[in-house]
Design a protein around this ligand. Structure first.
Ligand code: SF4
Length: 312
């Protein structure tokens, strides 16, 4: 089995800040976790609390069987004032639902193997990814334990026909990550080049899609190598922005939404980050604004993914 993962993946350590347990999102539990808790609360004589804390979902599925209720201020039912989880304290990590055990890790099941990264909607991750550039590692050694039943996405490009650009998704992903990490170009130019390449691919109907993609990739590398180098800033804000776009592509946004819609979402992310941070010259304040903007975008994207397909 091949593991493909962002180098910072295994460096992440939860800081117990509780942010993920008091956000405006619903924690859903699968049927197994629901039953595990039903048993725990029954044997400890707390059936009434169980009925209050685990709320039925109207149209349940195996993966989303019930949801955990919130406290009046929006915190998870089990979050204590010290930001620790009462359920974790009582029954241990293994007892938790797979979402709680996994976040902010982002496991993906793909034709290449298991791919792993982190969600940027966790403050500890945002700090970590502001310090050094992301690298994508390939290894046959699993970097950490993975709850394999909870893949966030699946990518099997061979299911697309040979004349569809997504058939060549992995080649494109690698190429787009290379462009996004081409540090002698300003970030805006890198994003535009990714989007322009997608535009060409989606507007033409070449006789041989594979050959057209190879031609575009070669053309891009040639032009990138001969472009006038600039001296982009390498401060924490700039590192964070680059890593966010690399991670977003690695998280298969362009596969999940399709290339064209995915490119529009990348542009949307870029304009949000720029709008929030471009007036700020002071380095620490600029990083804070970028960090906030990325947190918002990542949070909204993770929890309202379907709406992003139609967002203008
Ligand atoms: S937001 Fe991140 S650091 Fe904070 S409790 Fe959740 S996983 Fe841990």
């Amino acid at each position: 089995m091949l593991y493909i993962y962002a180098n910072l993946f295994s460096e992440f350590q939860c800081q117990m800040c509780g942010t993920c347990c008091q956000n405006n999102w619903m924690v859903t539990v699968d049927q197994t976790c629901y039953q595990r808790n039903a048993d725990l609360f029954r044997v400890t004589g707390r059936v009434d609390e169980f009925n209050e804390a685990f709320l039925a979902i109207e149209s349940p599925s195996l993966g989303e069987y019930a949801m955990i209720a919130k406290q009046p201020q929006g915190q998870c039912w089990f979050l204590q004032p010290n930001n620790l989880c009462r359920l974790h304290k009582e029954a241990g990590h293994e007892h938790l639902d797979v979402v709680c055990k996994t976040f902010p890790r982002y496991p993906m099941n793909t034709a290449r193997g298991i791919e792993l990264t982190l969600s940027f909607s966790c403050p500890a991750v945002l700090k970590l990814v502001s310090e050094s550039y992301l690298e994508i590692i390939r290894s046959e050694v699993r970097p950490v334990h993975i709850y394999s039943e909870n893949f966030v996405t699946q990518a099997y490009p061979q299911q697309y026909s040979l004349d569809h650009p997504l058939h060549y998704y992995f080649e494109l992903e690698q190429h787009f990550i290379d462009i996004l990490q081409w540090r002698s170009l300003p970030m805006e130019d890198r994003i535009n080049r990714v989007c322009d390449t997608i535009d060409i691919l989606c507007s033409n109907k070449p006789d041989d899609m594979g050959r057209e993609i190879t031609r575009l990739i070669y053309r891009n590398y040639e032009q990138l190598e001969t472009a006038d180098p600039c001296n982009p800033s390498q401060d924490a804000g700039s590192i964070l922005v680059e890593n966010f776009f690399v991670n977003t592509v690695f998280k298969k946004l362009l596969y999940d939404h399709g290339l064209k819609r995915g490119a529009a979402i990348l542009q949307l992310f870029w304009s949000h980050i720029r709008q929030k941070s471009e007036q700020e010259i002071e380095e620490a304040a600029r990083w804070e604004k970028i960090r906030r903007a990325i947190f918002e975008m990542e949070f909204e994207y993770s929890h309202h993914r379907r709406q992003f397909s139609n967002r203008k």
